[in-house]
Design a protein around this ligand. Sequence first.
Ligand code: ADP
Length: 476
Amino acid sequence: MKVLFVASESDPFIKTGGLGDVAGALPKYLNKMGLDVRVVIPKYKNIKPEFRDKLNFIKWFMVPVGWRNQYCGIFDYEIEGVKYYFIDNEQYFLRDALYGHFDDGERFAYFDRAVLNMLKEIDWKPDIIHCNDWQTAMIPVLYKLQYQQDPFYHNIKTIYSIHNMLFQGNYNPEVLEDLFGLSDENYRNGALELYGAASFMKGGISFSDKVSTVSNTYALEIQTSQYGEKLEGLLRSRNQDLVGIINGIDYKAYDPEKDELIYKNYGSDSIDDKKENKTSLQKDLGLPIKADTPMIGLVSRLTSQKGMDLITYIIDRVLQQDVQIVILGTGDRAYEEYFKYLEARHRNKISANIKFDDSLAHKIYAASDIFLMPSLFEPCGLGQLIALRYGAIPLVRETGGLKDTVRPYNHYTGAGNGFSFSNYNGDEFLSVLQMALNYYRDKEVWNSLILQAMTSDNSWEKSANSYKELYSALKK
Ligand code: ADP
């Protein structure tokens, strides 16, 4: 089975978030299972230099973008058995930031058509085109309205995967004709219209053969007005074609037994060695070296989606106890400054690291006893999966992928790999954190929690199998 995986970013070339992780990992695992999955992304300015200079030029052709006619170069590169294609156009992609430009609509309108036209140029016809997020959402629309009649393109199926409902690609309706040459019938009949805008994401959901998102719970949540971002009605109408498949994490990149970024390696049979990671990090961050003081970790974008309002609501009261809090993140200025202010006030208890630092992230996962993720919404979430792997017990709000991967500790049966609370409510959050801190003092309970966390299976193999089933169902 041949699958073209289309994304706006991919690890290890360039990545800003979870989508990049998925595009970097999933195709690798699917290919190992015998599929022929290839990936296509834009050729951005900031693709890591070690790859950028090695990409092979294949050919070029022109791509129409409404009335414009634009250059399109195709490059390729193979890594761990996966072929990656790169779409080159310097006007659109030779820029520092991946997203957030005034002409993002035009940039990805171009990309979507370039991807479809590329197939004929390289003469490779996939059985399935797997699109991701709003940047690639117009591919199923273009395919159904403009390509499928062409014999070369006959009988290709499309899947649209949602990694976050918040980012939809909504533009002035004029872009449909201007960028895609689509008549305004598709706007007037509602297929692309969303509250007065033309919505790329709505197009992807309406026109693809299957829709997926990155956890079962999020697949249910987005059919409600609380999480659906105004598309809940459409998602409900497509619920027979909507599935949730949880992301995995790369078990090689996140392996406490072999991780070279942490102070001391440990495994589920040597959890006592985890302590050394805590005391070494305390030393590096200038915190008092106290092996028995619970360390609470937070590695996250500092935004309201990640539950920062709940954290700021409780943190003063938490700091009155014998704890240490280690924060790593960047995001909204107000949260960054508040954490820096708290650090200045409580030098012995909190370390606020306002930066992006992968090496420090690994050290925090290895050192922490408790890992906080009280998100307002969370399509899948990787932080809690990494925390589980390192035996940092996750404390999460029961939403999206957090609910599907963290099982709250049950005092009577001893089952569970973390702690959770249901409502987006600071007092509820605080009382569960208090409970976790109490259990931390009970070494028997805590060690069994660590074991159950570290042996939870969140590998990619499991998820790749579910995608394979989804592809197979479409091929029938
Ligand atoms: P999202 O993609 O919504 O930001 P996820 O939990 O899915 O959230 O993924 C976040 C990933 O980014 C995790 O691997 C986390 O460790 C990492 N991360 C977040 N902030 C930082 C930071 N400041 N420095 C290093 N890694 C970070």
